[in-house]
Ligand binder design. Structure first.
Ligand SMILES: [Zn+2]
Length: 512
């Protein structure tokens, strides 16, 4: 974002930690890495990559992001215990700029019921955790969990001591999304006044959206001295989610003359980031969602349309192009060569080499056989669906044949390669999707439960690619599968197989 000298606000993105904790979200390593790379392109200041002690998978994902993603600070979350903090250190130590983020709850209700610790014990644990973290890295963030429901004098004591112990950022979460803007502003102000060494640390807030006020609370915190905002793409996160990255960033940008702050975000990457997070998490965006919803820039009323055609600013405070919507241009076709393809990918921010480039180019050529004009959006979706975020496939779609019509039941015949061996099955049902899925189930033979199915068009036009997203339960584990094709039935089959491939990759002994 081009600055006009406003004060800088730091964007701390927790899509991969708090966002990944959203009910029903389960990202694999490749998906996390691809999102982190995109967050770096978007220009966030800090990526909270995960909670390393929580699982082996989380540890490895944080470690890989720390190794490979350049630009932002890479942070990992830890409770104040030694083993949590050492796990974060091991995971982030190879980052250009590593940060350890440690937290403990400070509200009476959490200390008494959850931690069963006294105030004195909690304070000692906070200080000990920060000291240990500081002995390992320079950049240490301390969060007082449930800060907004904590007593201000106690909170001030804790913050004063952790800053003394070396904390560089103190974070004030409204963990349960209980605050209203004016009282949250007063709260931040009271803490800044009650902590004598506050100028030695950056003040951060982490607002949840249970009452729909996370963005407003974050804004008012900035007016009262906060300089780091913890946010998530599309506002995802625990329960009702976190403050939305795109809404805050565009508020600072659109109202810069009034507010006088700036972020380091490249706003033109917003829409693409939003799409990627939505696709990978399987969390669809409501059409009326600010900034990134399908209707955010659509004008329906005749009077509005007329106004916008005459002069956009009559009804638009932002242009869709600013967030990267509608920059869709005709990029390539059947005769585009490998070099032109590579250059175009680089322009879109993907640098692929070797095998990954070969795979992408093959997929691209297959697509040009079926779709005449390949747009930026098609390329992005093709990469996101077929190349990035996909690992070795156990089940590979070979062929799908369907008969269906208005007065007959549907029949699907499918052949799938399982580790190279072709298996064929057929099934009937009322509709073609159901018939296809029944045939797949006969081949794969895993007791899974399809929770949801959704389809959308990637671009306009009747030859647009259809994107299908399915959510599938294996026992209590949820997996998101997606498939892309100009043929929506093929996209449906691919999406289901994608979810099944993820299940057998996560539980390899299912195949024995
Ligand atoms: Zn949170």
């Amino acid at each position: 974002m081009s600055g006009d000298g406003g004060q800088r606000i730091y964007i701390f993105d927790t899509t991969l930690r708090d966002g990944e904790q959203s009910p029903g979200v389960n990202l694999n390593m490749e998906e996390k890495l691809a999102i982190a790379q995109q967050l770096a392109r978007l220009g966030v200041d800090v990526i909270e990559a995960g909670f390393p002690i929580s699982s082996e998978g989380d540890f490895k994902a944080v470690q890989r992001i720390a190794r490979e993603v350049k630009g932002p600070v890479i942070a990992g979350l830890a409770r104040t215990s030694e083993k949590d903090i050492r796990a974060v250190y091991e995971a982030v130590k190879e980052a250009e700029r590593p940060r350890i983020h440690t937290f403990i709850a400070t509200s009476e209700i959490h200390m008494r019921h959850k931690l069963q610790k006294t105030r004195e014990e909690v304070k000692q644990m906070a200080v000990a955790g920060v000291k240990l973290a500081k002995s390992l890295v320079d950049d240490v963030e301390f969060s007082a969990e449930d800060a907004f429901r904590s007593e201000i004098p106690f909170l001030c004591e804790v913050f004063t001591q952790v800053i003394e112990a070396g904390a560089t950022v103190i974070n004030i979460p409204d963990t349960v999304g209980y605050a209203t803007p004016w009282e949250f502003g007063e709260f931040i102000k009271a803490i800044r006044e009650g902590v004598p060494n506050i100028s030695q640390a950056v003040v951060s807030v982490h607002c949840h959206n249970d009452l729909g006020m996370a963005v407003a609370n974050s804004l008012v915190a900035v007016l009262n001295g906060a300089r780091q905002l913890e946010v998530a793409v599309n506002g995802i996160g625990e329960r009702a989610g976190n403050a939305s990255l795109e809404e805050l960033v565009m508020a600072f940008y659109t109202r810069r003359n009034y507010l006088g702050y700036e972020t380091g975000i490249n706003t033109q990457e917003i829409y693409r980031t939003s799409r990627m997070v939505s696709t990978y998490t399987g969390m669809t965006i409501q059409p009326n969602k600010a900034i990134v919803g399908k209707n955010a820039f659509a004008h329906e009323a005749g009077i509005h349309q007329d106004g916008v055609l005459k002069e956009r600013s009559t009804y638009e405070i932002m242009n869709p192009e600013m967030v990267g919507i509608g920059s869709n241009k005709l990029v390539m076709g059947k005769h585009s060569g490998r070099h032109a393809f590579k250059v175009q990918l680089e322009e879109l921010g993907y640098s692929l080499e070797g095998e990954a480039l070969d795979k992408a180019f093959t997929e691209f050529k297959l697509l040009t056989d079926r779709k005449k004009e390949i747009l930026d959006e098609d390329l992005i979706m093709l990469l996101d669906s077929h190349v990035l975020g996909s690992g070795e496939e156990v089940y590979l779609l070979e062929n799908l044949q369907l008969t269906s019509g208005t007065n007959i039941s549907s029949m699907a015949t499918i052949s799938i390669k399982i580790n190279g061996e072709e298996v064929k099955e057929a099934a009937c049902a009322d509709g073609p999707v159901e018939a296809t899925y029944k045939a797949i189930e006969k081949v794969v033979n895993l007791p899974v439960k399809l929770e949801s199915y959704s389809i959308s068009a990637v671009t306009g036009g009747t030859d647009a690619q259809g994107e299908v997203v399915v959510r599938v339960f294996w026992g209590e584990h949820l997996f998101v599968g997606r498939g892309l094709s100009v043929d929506i039935m093929e996209a449906s089959a691919r999406a289901y197989l994608n979810a099944l491939n993820k299940i057998v990759r996560a539980f390899p002994n299912l195949l024995q």
